[in-house]
Design a protein around this ligand. Structure first.
Ligand SMILES: NC(=O)c1ccc[n+]([C@@H]2O[C@H](COP(=O)([O-])OP(=O)(O)OC[C@H]3O[C@@H](n4cnc5c(N)ncnc54)[C@H](O)[C@@H]3O)[C@@H](O)[C@H]2O)c1
Length: 334
C-alpha cells in the first residue's frame, strides 16, 4: 500500500517511514524542508535499504499535491506537516493558522475527493489543563488558550466533520503526548532548526554544548516540584501509525476516531535529568528558574483505548528514549 507522508523528513514522520516500510508499506514523502533537512532522506534510505520517493513541496499547493497523489497511485495519507512551537505560535499566530489550518483544508478537500484514508497528527495539547489523570479521550476539550493548541483542535474538528459528511473518507486523529528518542541506528533523530522549547532536545543541546539547562519552575504541586509529562519513545509513536492504518483499512467510509498515544506514565523533569545522567554517563548542569507561562503541572495519558481498539501499546522505556536520543547528537554533526 502506497502512503503519502506529509512532513516525512521531520522528527515523527521520518521514524514512521521506517516503521511503515518494516510493515510492508511504501511511503512517499512530501516535505517543504521548513523544519527538516534533505539529508534525512539519505539517512532514511540507508536505514531501510531502499529508495523513497521524495517531493520538496508545500503540502498546501493543492494542484501539485493532487498530481503527486495520482502519479504515485497513493492509497492513504499520514499528515504530519505542521508548525509545532507553542511559543512561536503566540508570537506569529497567522503563520500557524495558515500552515496548520488553511493548508489542511486543501489537503482534506483532495483526500475526500480521491477517497483516501487519512491519519492526522494531533496532540495532547488539545486537552489543556486536565480535570482528571490519566487523561482519557473522553475528557472535555477546553477553549484553546494558545494558537498551536487551537490549530490542532481545529484540525481534529475539520477532519471529524469532513469524514462524517463524506461517502468516501475514513480517518483517525492520534493525540501524541511527548515523543522523545530516536531510531537506534543514530542516523535519524530530532533535529529542530530553531532553539528547542521542549525538554529532551534542550537536554541534548545542554549536554552537547556543555551549557546549563534551564528548568522552568521547581515549585509545582508534584513530588519533586518539577512538571510531569508522559514521554513516549518516537519508535513507539511510529508503530502506532502502522496499527492505526491497519485498523483504518478494515473500517467503512465515514469512520472517524481519536486515540491517545502515550505510555500511561508520567515522569518529572528532574527524573528525566537523573535518568539521562544514569544511562549516558554524561553530567548535566541545570538551574531551576521561574515557571514558564502556560506550563501545566502534570499531564499523562490513559493509553487504554489504543490498546483495546488498535492493539497498540508502548514498549520502550524512558531510559531507552534518552539513550537513543543521545545517540543521535553524539553521532550527528550537522
Ligand atoms: N514532536 C512533538 O512533541 C509532537 C507532539 C504532539 C503532536 N505533534 C505533531 O506531530 C507532527 C509532527 O511533529 P514533528 O515533531 O515531527 O515536527 P517536525 O517539525 O520535526 O516535522 C514536521 C515536518 O513537516 C514539514 N512541514 C511543515 N510545514 C510544511 C508544509 N506546509 N508543507 C510541507 N512540509 C511541511 C517540516 O519541514 C518538517 O519536516 C506535527 O503535526 C505536530 O504538531 C508533535
Amino acid at each position: 500500500m502506497r502512503i503519502l507522508i506529509t512532513g516525512g523528513t521531520g522528527f515523527v514522520g521520518s521514524h514512521t517511514v521506517v516503521s511503515l516500510v518494516g510493515a510492508g508499506y511504501q511511503p512517499v514523502i512530501v516535505d517543504d524542508l521548513s523544519n527538516s533537512n534533505k539529508s534525512v532522506l539519505a539517512a532514511l534510505q540507508k536505514i531501510i535499504n531502499q529508495k523513497i520517493a521524495f517531493y520538496k513541496l508545500n503540502y498546501g499547493d493543492q494542484t501539485k499535491l493532487e498530481t503527486i497523489l495520482k502519479k504515485e497511485s497513493i492509497e492513504g495519507i499520514i499528515h504530519f506537516a505542521a508548525f509545532k512551537s507553542l511559543g512561536e505560535s503566540i508570537r506569529e499566530p497567522l503563520k500557524y493558522y495558515k500552515n496548520n489550518v488553511a493548508n489542511m483544508v486543501g489537503l482534506l478537500e483532495t483526500a475526500e475527493k480521491l477517497g483516501l484514508p487519512l491519519i492526522f497528527s494531533s496532540s495532547a495539547a488539545v486537552y489543556g489543563a486536565p480535570q482528571k489523570l490519566p487523561i482519557t479521550e473522553e475528557a472535555s476539550l477546553p477553549n484553546p488558550t494558545r494558537p498551536y493548541q487551537a490549530t490542532k483542535l481545529m484540525g481534529e474538528q475539520m477532519l471529524r466533520d469532513v469524514t462524517n459528511a463524506s461517502k468516501h473518507l475514513k480517518s483517525i486523529s492520534l493525540r501524541y503526548f511527548n515523543p522523545i528518542g530516536a531510531h537506534s541506528s543514530g542516523l535519524i533523530g530530532e533535529n529542530p532548526k530553531n532553539k528547542p522549547d521542549n525538554l529532551v532536545p534542550s537536554v541534548m543541546l545542554a549536554a552537547k554544548s556543555q551549557t546549563s539547562l534551564s528548568v522552568f519552575g521547581g515549585d509545582y504541586p508534584t513530588p519533586d516540584g518539577t512538571c510531569i509529562r508522559d514521554f513516549i519513545h518516537v519508535m513507539d509513536v511510529a508503530e502506532a501509525h502502522v496499527k492505526a492504518f491497519e485498523h483504518l483499512k478494515v473500517q467503512g467510509p465515514g469512520y472517524y476516531d481519536v486515540f491517545n498515544i502515550g505510555t500511561g506514565r508520567g515522569h518529572s523533569v528532574l527524573e528525566v535529568i537523573n535518568e539521562f545522567e544514569k544511562v549516558t554517563g554524561q553530567k548535566l548542569t541545570y538551574k531551576i528558574g521561574d515557571r514558564r507561562r502556560g506550563d501545566l503541572p502534570e499531564v499523562y495519558a490513559s493509553a487504554d483505548k489504543a490498546q483495546r481498539i488498535l492493539g497498540w501499546e508502548s514498549k520502550l522505556s524512558l531510559a531507552d528514549g534518552l539513550s537513543d536520543a543521545w545517540n543521535w547528537p553524539k553521532k550527528h554533526t550537522p
